[in-house]
Ligand binder design. Structure first.
Ligand SMILES: Nc1nc(O)c(N)c(N[C@@H]2O[C@H](COP(=O)(O)O)[C@@H](O)[C@H]2O)n1
Ligand SMILES: [Zn+2]
Length: 353
């Protein structure tokens, strides 16, 4: 059996599982500062007691106040307390998207509230308790894992990524249907109440890492990261769709055909592929994790704009990203413009040599 995750203090690694973690929830139009406030207040029918618990300054206070009124707990409490707790948990995890992704990321690990003072919700400290809170969290995990968007993308972990432009946070994901690994690089505090500056960047090993002049990818990647840093915040989704989705070795085959005169679309087609094999549906899940639903999108590619719109993301602005035009990618960019409908305009600095 996988190692159990034990949680208790809200400031520890898995502290977000605690009902004392500072994640507010909205239930029937009322905002509760924590699940603990909601759970403790639900024990009572008297409006003045509910209000006192509701307005407690901390979850610890909410717990303490509720104990003061232990004689006035509603008579049916024992029969409804699990449902109340589950409702609070569902609201917390549905209303704070990263928490839900972190919960699903624990896969099949047992989740245990390690608590000496509680043998009902917790494990009683020695493992003899019922761990009902851990059980409900695992039940919620089972509910979520096969649902949209957790089915299309799985969050795995995050770490710092210092770059020459600034220090980003790198969030790792896996696409379960084909095991492809993707990244989201975020910079600064994302204010998701406003459109977030983002880039969907498809992997191009040759351009991004090997300084190729055959395309514009490396230049666009650099410019996008620089722009995000100078803007103060934003996100770059690095999508592992090498070669417009045909893979690196097929891209070499396509380049070979282009060396013999084919354009970038003809080369793909001669190899038996569509001009562009990429899909973007899973980006919706990555943006869901980041709680982004409105964006300013850095791209020249209308398919990326369209894909986000289909995914329900509000693309309030397309920010042109015309970078790295040179004699080696002149024909490539011209074909991107004429056949793949990339928006490359004179006003934004594009002109064929
Ligand atoms: N299949 C293929 N043929 C070429 O000639 C190419 N240069 C590429 N490059 C890939 O295109 C993607 C970037 O295009 P967008 O600017 O995002 O439309 C990226 O996956 C490159 O590897 N592919
Ligand atoms: Zn490229």
């Amino acid at each position: 059996m996988a190692d159990a995750i034990q949680f208790y203090e809200p400031n520890e690694r898995y502290g977000f599982f605690s009902n004392f973690s500072l994640h507010s929830i909205v239930i029937d139009g009322t905002t509760w500062p924590t699940v603990e406030h909601y759970y403790q207040a639900s024990k009572f029918l008297a409006a003045d007691i509910i209000a006192r618990v509701h307005h407690a300054t901390t979850p610890e206070q909410a717990f303490k106040i509720s104990r003061e009124y232990s004689k006035q707990v509603r008579p049916d409490w024992n029969s409804i307390k699990e449902a109340v707790m589950m409702r609070g948990l569902r609201c917390k995890f549905h209303q704070h998207h990263p928490l839900a992704h972190w919960l699903v990321a624990t896969e099949t690990q047992p989740i245990v509230e390690h608590c000496y003072s509680d043998a009902y919700w917790g494990d009683g400290g020695d493992g003899s308790g019922q761990n009902r809170l851990g059980q409900l969290l695992m039940a919620l995990r089972d509910e979520l894992k096969n649902k949209h968007p957790y089915k299309m993308i799985r969050y795995v972990d995050a770490a710092q990524l210092p770059t020459q432009f600034g220090v980003f946070t790198m969030h790792g994901f896996v696409q379960p249907d084909n095991n492809t690994e993707h990244l989201a690089l975020t910079y600064g505090e994302l204010d998701v109440t406003k459109p977030v500056l983002i880039r969907l960047h498809s992997e191009c090993l040759t351009g991004d890492a090997l300084y190729s002049l055959r395309c514009d990818c490396g230049f666009q990647l650099q410019k996008a990261l620089e722009t995000i840093v100078s803007h103060g915040s934003g996100a770059l989704l690095y999508l592992r769709q090498e070669g417009r989705g045909i893979g690196l070795l097929n891209k070499i085959r396509a380049y070979h055909l282009q060396d013999k005169g084919a354009d970038t679309v003809e080369a793909n087609e001669r190899l038996g592929f569509a001009a562009d094999m990429r899909e973007y549906h899973f980006c919706e899940g990555m943006l869901h994790y980041l709680e982004i639903d409105q964006v300013k999108l850095m791209t020249n590619n209308p398919r990326k704009v369209q894909a986000l719109c289909i995914a329900g993301i509000n693309v309030v602005e397309r920010v042109p990203l015309q970078e790295g035009h040179n004699i080696y990618n002149d024909n490539y960019l011209a074909t991107k413009s004429s056949k793949l409908r990339h928006i490359l305009s004179k006003e934004d600095g594009f002109s064929l040599s």
